[in-house]
Design a protein around this ligand. Structure first.
Ligand SMILES: Nc1ncnc2c1ncn2[C@@H]1O[C@H](COP(=O)(O)OP(=O)(O)OP(=O)(O)O)[C@@H](O)[C@H]1O
Length: 322
């Protein structure tokens, strides 16, 4: 369990983390999301005792990282790929870490097997690919068999096979009852990996919630329908109290109903339909809505609107494309 209380970090005039309170619980994967510069890495560094809080505390299993007599047995972390001595073999790198932390040699063989580096363990890590370096970093994090694991952007730069492997590993570590805290920019990946979410923006916690609740509350599913009688259909749908908005290429986005009901309305009014499907909410959409005000640099993207009910298809194309 990781517990932060009033955790604050200031760098000069910049408040990177602003008096945050949160708990990361065992037995599930907690995703840590936030726009660039939100304070994710600073928070992770403070958990690991690499940065000292300006105020407040953060503990791992009840103690600050530096107060644990054998921290490698408490917390394992993957912060940056390839942050190792490239001249050493993977095996020697892990052996050196193990020896300096009182961990037996057989555990080195075990973790090499767990991350699938058996064939290259005796090779110098300087020649490793990004994926192999990432596996070696994970082997080091697992060396002390810790109950708490931190992964900062673990899938950065990995190919699909590597991404799938890390996802499976992270989920199995949580299933074993460990506390797993993962940051990532890849929303689709986070949606597949995490059970719980902590969203940070400008150093403040914006959401601390179950993944499915987060998506349901911060985004909206809708029905996508395309008809050669768009204007008439939109009118019929709007009179039933459903919100109708113009979508790409003359299609309609209909909120607050189901594809079946939209199809029935079209059918009962003799209106042809060329396309009809339910569009499910995504974590990405939910994240963009929640953090729209917390992003430091917008790349010319308009704010997401508080969209009103409209049946005017020519005047009001929304920036979200729906
Ligand atoms: N050593 C430092 N000195 C000064 N400012 C810093 C330092 N480290 C971080 N910051 C600032 O603190 C804020 C939070 O940065 P941090 O790296 O924690 O964000 P992040 O969420 O990890 O971002 P990213 O996703 O871009 O890695 C930013 O404004 C950053 O510029």
């Amino acid at each position: 369990m990781i517990t932060a209380r009033g955790l604050t970090k200031r760098y000069g005039d910049t408040t990177a983390v602003a008096a945050v309170d949160f708990a990361v619980r065992p037995g599930s994967v907690t995703g840590f999301l936030g726009p660039n510069g939100a304070g994710k890495s600073t928070t992770m560094r403070m958990i690991l005792g690499l940065d000292r809080p300006t105020a407040g505390t953060v503990t791992v299993n009840g103690r600050a990282y530096q107060d644990h007599p054998a921290p490698l047995h408490e917390v394992g972390a993957l912060l940056e790929a390839k942050a190792i001595h490239g001249g050493r073999t993977a095996y020697n790198h892990l052996l050196w870490l193990a020896k300096s932390n009182g961990i037996p040699r057989r555990r080195v063989d075990e973790v090499i097997g767990m991350v699938g580096l058996d064939n290259v363990a005796r090779k110098r890590s300087g020649g490793f690919s990004l994926g192999m370096g990432q596996r070696l970093g994970i082997a080091a994090a697992l060396l002390g068999d810790p109950g708490v694991l931190l992964f900062d952007e673990p899938v950065n730069g990995l190919d699909p096979e590597g991404i799938r492997w890390i996802r499976t590993l992270i989920r199995s570590l949580a299933a074993e009852g460990r506390t797993v805290f993962v940051s990532s920019h890849l929303m689709s990946e986070m949606a597949l990996t995490a059970d719980h979410l902590l969203v940070i923006g400008r150093g403040q916690i914006l959401a601390d919630t179950d993944m499915n609740d987060f998506i349901a509350r911060n985004s909206s599913a809708y029905v996508h329908v395309r008809s050669p009688h768009g204007t008439q259909l939109a009118h019929q749908l709007a009179t039933r109290g459903w919100r109708v908005e113009p979508a790409e290429d003359g299609a309609l986005a209909v909120y607050g109903t189901s594809a079946e009901q939209v199809g029935d309305v079209a059918g009962s009014n003799g209106l042809h339909v060329h396309e009809l499907r339910s569009v499910h909410a995504s974590l990405e959409e939910a994240f963009m809505r929640l953090t729209a005000d917390s992003v430091d640099y917008h790349a010319g993207v308009p704010e997401l609107p508080d969209v009103a009910i409209t049946t005017d298809f020519h005047a009001n194309r929304t920036p979200a494309g729906v």
